[in-house]
Design a protein around this ligand. Structure first.
Ligand code: 3PY
Ligand code: MG
Length: 251
């Protein structure tokens, strides 16, 4: 198994992703063909569950797009199950300490590097047990920094063995910093971003940003992030519908 998104991050190449919140295999299939480097299916805030995931992942299989999953919580059982369903990377919310980061990284790796239990159903169906030879190296463990505590410990989190990338949850980070949600221009927020970027640079790992809009994703990449989501299935649908209405009504 080759994780294309991880290869791009390791090579320092910018990579854009799409965020999927809706459990619709046709939307997922369409997004997978649009040229995004990765798609994240969201089990934390998305309107989907594990059963949906077992249909969504096969719907994008065969397309050159890396499947990532955001789990609902930093629990080894959840992380193991989404990896067994075919995720090639796990985005773990609310990583607040080096201990949290170790827990997430360990759940992503087979022994001796970690504690993942062996039962890689989807990937073993596709490529047989060769998967086991590459999984530890190719599975991406992505720790979200989105609290004041996570920010306070960001250098130790970034330096944790087995963490491949940090990923900023900008809205929760605003709350954590005592800012209004969406106050991304606030110097307190921009200083936090600088600190996260610096921590990833010194640890030699990638930094990612959840982009609420395409503009936000573009700015993140310009500011040194290796990867960003360019929007969600819902935001793409809303902006497309809005634009169609505006254009068709001649406004
Ligand atoms: C955040 O903005 O906190 C996120 O986690 C985006 O989903
Ligand atoms: Mg969040």
């Amino acid at each position: 198994m080759i994780n294309q998104a991880l290869q791009h991050w390791r090579a320092g190449e910018a990579s854009l992703g799409a965020w999927s919140n809706l459990p619709d295999i046709h939307l997922a299939e369409t997004l997978a063909r649009m040229g995004f480097d990765w798609i994240c299916f969201d089990l934390q805030h998305g309107l989907m569950d594990y059963g949906d995931l077992t249909r969504l992942l096969p719907a994008i299989c065969g397309q050159p797009v890396t499947p990532l999953i955001r789990v609902a919580a930093n629990q080894p059982e959840q992380i193991g199950k989404v990896l067994d369903a075919g995720a090639h990377g796990v985005i773990v919310p609310m990583v607040n300490s080096a201990e949290d980061a170790r827990r997430a990284a360990s759940a992503c790796r087979y022994p001796p590097a970690g504690t993942r239990s062996c039962g890689p159903l989807r990937d073993a169906m596709i490529e047989g047990f060769n998967y086991l030879a590459t999984a530890n190296e190719q599975i991406a463990c992505i720790a979200m920094i989105e609290t004041d505590e996570g920010l306070a410990n960001v250098e130790a989190i970034a330096a944790t063995e087995g963490v491949d990338a940090l990923f900023v949850g900008p809205m929760d980070l605003c709350y954590g910093l005592g800012l209004a949600p969406g106050d991304f221009e606030n110097p307190v927020f921009t200083a936090a971003i600088e600190r996260i970027l610096a921590a990833t640079r010194s640890a030699g790992i990638a930094a990612g940003m959840f982009g609420y809009t395409a503009e936000m994703a573009h700015m993140a990449i310009n500011n040194g992030f290796a990867f960003a989501s360019a929007g969600t299935d819902i935001s793409f649908f809303r902006s497309g519908a809005q634009q169609a209405l505006t254009t068709a009504s001649g406004e």
